[in-house]
Design a binder for this molecule. Structure first.
Ligand code: S3P
Length: 443
């Protein structure tokens, strides 16, 4: 493995003892997508928005700090509690410098939508991973609305010029992306007339739900979402559900190695996010939804996971956008399943925090798995995993996925470059240990 001398000395690593089982219960932290939106919408609302169970991860704090830099007072009086003093749709002020979005694609693309309609200029930057990711997908429709945006060969840094009036458009998304849909809808709040977005496939609808919670009229029907410009957002009280994308690691851990019923509490089960449940169930997992309820506008349940023999499947393509962030850990499930799993229609995985097709195939093959990357997915023939060293390429979900793989490996794992787990799931290693996975973080 190409690990530089310097990174060997300074990088964070997980050492994971192989085997074991998971038991008892865990409560995963708040949803990343919902947390980003809560401070963004709270900031442009009229009045004070209170948020509970906000995900205090590096990604969501990037959005929170960007809102602060634009003059929004945000307090954090207690863990998970955020109070946002909204300045209204027109109340944002020019930031004093670049807005640093860190590792967070959601922070950057949603902010592009927000900044498209402001009176001031702003420049968005990110870390090395974010600086490789495509931004034209958001810039293109925003320019059609009248925004003036410069990307850097299609990538960050992204500069948005202020003072250009926006007009509503009717836009058919080229990729099934909730971030792009959301960027256009947010810009639509600042645009003259109606803004319409048409989705090629269902993607997460947190923006639509949350705008409604702030009193905005949003029409959505049959893949068409529409919002009229100039509507006032009224401050509200939000409770962020547990992140199903974080719960996914424990769902797979439970399916592979639960001892008795394994409970994951307070998980958001918005139907635009539950592809992971459908796919794991098709593979033979036994995951039960207990105590379904609502957290504000988002459905929530407790998940009871039982150990099962998983089998390989052809993953239905319509489920891909509904489980897009869960493929790294689904690939681990597939490598431990009986038979062949084929994933197609998932080329988007190549432009996430890392190229998740290439990076997962590389790591699984290092552990002796039969994993063949394809341009838009992977073919995995289930079997046994050995121990060894894997590189997460700074991708939080790759690091956590291989931690779960250790439950079924025949030797211990060293997972390199895991510091970015803090972008989405601070406290992961501690929670995994609590559940029974023998993971230690070292430098
Ligand atoms: C997100 C949308 C998805 C997802 C990301 C969060 C969101 O990205 O992968 O982690 O909060 O809207 P795309 O819009 O690029 O599919």
């Amino acid at each position: 493995m190409n690990v530089s001398h310097e990174s060997l000395n300074s990088e964070a690593r997980y050492l994971v003892a192989h085997g074991g089982c998971v038991r008892g219960e865990v409560t995963v932290p708040g949803d990343k997508s919902v947390s980003h939106r809560s401070v963004l919408f709270g900031g442009i609302a009229e009045g004070t928005t209170e948020v509970d169970n906000f995900l205090e991860s590096e990604d969501c704090l990037a959005t929170l700090n960007a809102m602060r830099a634009m003059g929004v007072a945000v307090e954090r009086p207690a863990p998970g509690r955020v109070v946002v003093d909204g300045v209204g749709l027109k109340g944002l002020a020019a930031p004093g410098g670049d807005l640093d979005m860190g590792n967070a694609g959601t922070a950057m693309r949603l902010s592009m939508g927000l900044l498209a309609g402001q009176s001031f200029d702003a420049r968005l930057i990110g870390d090395a991973s974010l600086s490789r990711r495509p931004m034209e997908r958001a810039a293109t429709p925003l320019r059609q609305m009248g925004a003036v945006i410069e990307t850097t060969a299609g990538r960050p840094p992204v500069t948005l010029r202020g003072g250009h009036a926006l007009a509503g458009i009717d836009y058919a998304l080229e990729v099934a992306s909730a971030q792009v849909k959301s960027a256009v809808l947010i810009a639509g709040l600042y645009a003259r007339g109606e803004t319409v977005v048409r989705e090629p496939a269902v993607t997460r609808d947190h923006t639509e739900r949350m705008l409604r919670a702030f009193g905005v009229e949003v029409e959505s029907h049959g893949g068409r979402v529409a919002v009229r410009g100039g509507q006032v957002l009224r401050a509200t009280h939000l409770r962020v559900p547990g992140d199903i994308s974080s719960a996914a690691f424990f769902m797979v851990a439970g399916a592979l190695a639960a001892e008795g019923p394994f409970l994951i509490r307070d998980v958001g089960v918005n139907p635009t996010r539950t592809g992971i449940l459908d796919i794991l169930r098709l593979m033979g997992a036994d995951i039960r939804l207990l105590n379904p309820r609502l957290a504000g506008d988002e459905p929530v349940a407790d998940l009871e996971v039982h150990r099962s023999e998983l089998k390989g499947i052809d993953v239905p393509e319509h489920l891909v956008p509904l489980a897009i962030d869960e493929f790294p850990v689904l690939f681990v499930a597939a490598a431990c399943a009986k038979g062949t799993t084929r994933v197609t229609g998932a080329a988007e995985l190549r432009v996430k925090e890392s190229d998740r097709i290439a990076v997962m195939a590389e790591g699984l093959r290092r552990l002796g798995a039969d994993a063949e990357p394809t341009p838009d997915g992977m073919v995995i023939r289930g079997g046994t995993l050995s121990g060894g060293q894997v590189a997460s390429h700074g991708d939080h979900r790759i690091a956590m996925s291989f931690t779960v793989a250790a439950l079924r490996a025949r030797g211990d794992l060293v997972i390199h470059d895991v510091a970015n787990v803090a972008t989405s799931f601070p406290g992961f290693a501690g929670m995994a240990r609590h559940a029974g996975i023998a993971v230690e973080e070292t430098r």
